[in-house]
Design a protein around this ligand. Structure first.
Ligand code: AMP
Length: 196
């Protein structure tokens, strides 16, 4: 059982059309505060990112925002966070978010969210860190990712043992529980070549 003290949350810089997404960001924020887990995120006021930061701050929790210089200059930073860092670019920002977090959660989002989640899972697969990753599968948002992972397993691009590199849950409390009992895969990622 890993004691998770901080979680990096990746999520949309938009709100999404369904009110369920905003509610999920609020629920996750509240659960983090209840469990005394600090939030690490992209440091902006935009979309679901702003919602989760405001929820955690409003309930007295800790929030570290890590934003890029460009977005900071555009005035998109959240001015009331517990800690704030400005990084020269997205790559350094992701590295810093990862360094400061014990686990990763993605809420619904777009390219930025997908990229951050899949990089975190890739680093687990390669054994460069052993931090749990999970998605909040709100209204089935991440079902296409689950199907894509199944396809990659079926087609010999991923070992089935790697499936839990990304955990899927619909509820924040259940996801945080699953992340804290997660064990890193004990196999390496490569599959033997088929006999010709
Ligand atoms: P997206 O899902 O494409 O909206 O991108 C959201 C993800 O990319 C977040 O988890 C952030 O880390 C990063 N990101 C995108 N837009 C911003 C922004 N305006 N400020 C800070 N980070 C952002």
């Amino acid at each position: 059982m890993t004691a998770i003290q901080s979680v990096a949350v990746f999520c949309g810089s938009n709100f999404g059309y369904s009110p369920l997404y905003k509610k999920a960001a609020q629920d996750l924020g509240a659960e983090l505060v209840r469990l005394k887990i600090a939030l690490v995120y992209g440091g902006t006021t935009k979309g679901l990112m702003g919602v989760i930061a405001d929820t955690v701050l409003g309930l007295g929790g800790q929030v570290t925002g890590i934003i890029t210089q460009k977005l900071y200059e555009k005035g998109q930073f959240h001015a009331h966070l517990t800690h704030h860092m400005v990084c020269p670019n997205m790559r350094e920002r992701k590295a810093k978010m990862s360094e400061l977090s014990d686990a990763f959660i993605a809420l619904p989002g777009g390219f930025g969210t997908f990229e951050e989640l899949l990089e975190a899972a890739t680093l687990t697969q390669l054994g460069e860190h052993s931090k749990a990753c999970g998605v909040l599968n709100i209204a089935g948002f991440y079902e296409p990712l689950r199907l894509l992972m199944d396809k990659a397993i079926q087609e010999g691009f991923m070992k089935p043992q790697m499936r839990d590199t990304v955990l899927f849950e619909q509820d924040s409390a259940l996801l945080l529980k699953a992340l804290s009992s997660w064990q890193a895969p004990t196999v390496d990622k490569w599959i033997d070549a088929p006999v010709p």
